[in-house]
Design a binder for this molecule. Structure first.
Ligand code: NAD
Length: 250
């Protein structure tokens, strides 16, 4: 379905981004992966996916510009890289706030503005932003993440309107809790911030949000990304698709 399409997926060395990269490659897209991690494992991934890799650190706007130059025109851009930090606002480190806003929000602006001219020239494009249930609702102790994801949802709607007549769609996918390193790594800080055990955080904080009482899988999110890249989804733009086990229905 995606033969002759080039796709750049940021933050695709792990978790949701990797599942999206795998799913787009399975549909025949030429995939470019990005993210941090062990170079040997990344080389193996590239081999598995027939992909190329650009290791730009997306906290660095110069590195993003260099990546977009090196990669060249893409048909599909998935802005997925993200990070989390959990702390009460008065203890929230200012440098963590800056980093979360830079990675989860501003990086999507920098990649999008570089990718749009090529998409416009072709009259076809798909921009998918991995937002979060936290693009629609809040949780305490996640001020930077919630602010960034709400911002990403607003950015998505704005760019969808700007590009609506160019054959380019721009959408968010908003997962609830997906079992990836990002979620696993926030458990210790949440235990500290709330004075809870690991089991209490898993059941009373994370899964308490999701009426299904199940974590979402990275593959669930990837399937939605594939659909949004299809021609059948040409009329879907400016949307924010929840895949959250019912979390934001409450
Ligand atoms: P993850 O930690 O498994 O993956 C994050 C990816 O981003 C990795 O490839 C990592 O190397 C990359 N990355 C981190 N810092 C980077 C940097 N400075 N430059 C370039 N790449 C960098 O996390 P995940 O859960 O797969 O998260 C992916 C996206 O999904 C994030 O935007 C996250 O906010 C969002 N999300 C996750 C969940 C969840 O429950 N896991 C829920 C909703 C939204």
């Amino acid at each position: 379905m995606l033969k002759n399409r080039r796709a750049l997926i940021t933050g695709s060395t792990s978790g949701i981004g990797l599942a999206i990269a795998r799913a787009l490659a399975a549909e025949g897209a030429e995939v470019i992966i990005n993210g941090l991690g062990d170079q040997g494992q990344i080389a193996t991934l590239c081999e598995e996916l027939g992909a190329t890799y650009n290791g730009a650190n997306l906290l660095d706007t110069g590195a993003i510009a260099a990546m977009m130059d090196a990669v060249g025109p893409v048909d599909i851009l998935v802005n997925n890289a993200g990070m989390q930090h959990v702390a009460p606002v008065e203890e929230f480190p200012a440098e963590k706030w800056d980093a979360i806003l830079a990675l989860n929000l501003s990086a999507a602006f920098h990649t999008t503005r570089a990718a749009v001219p090529g998409m416009k020239a072709k009259g076809w494009g798909r921009i998918i932003n991995t937002a979060s249930a936290h693009s629609q609702v809040a949780s305490p102790f996640k001020s930077a993440y919630v602010a960034a994801k709400h911002g990403l949802a607003g950015f998505t709607k704005t760019i969808a309107l700007e590009l609506a007549t160019h054959g380019i769609t721009v959408n968010c996918i908003s997962p609830g809790y997906v079992w990836t390193p990002l979620v696993e790594n926030q458990i210790p800080d949440t235990m500290a911030a709330r004075g809870m055990t690991r089991e209490q955080v898993m059941n009373d904080i994370l899964l308490a949000k999701q009426p299904t009482k199940q974590f979402i899988t990275p593959e669930d999110v990837a399937a939605m990304a594939v659909f949004l890249c299809s021609d059948a989804a040409r009329g879907i733009t400016g949307a924010n698709y929840a895949i959250d086990g019912g979390w934001t229905a409450e």
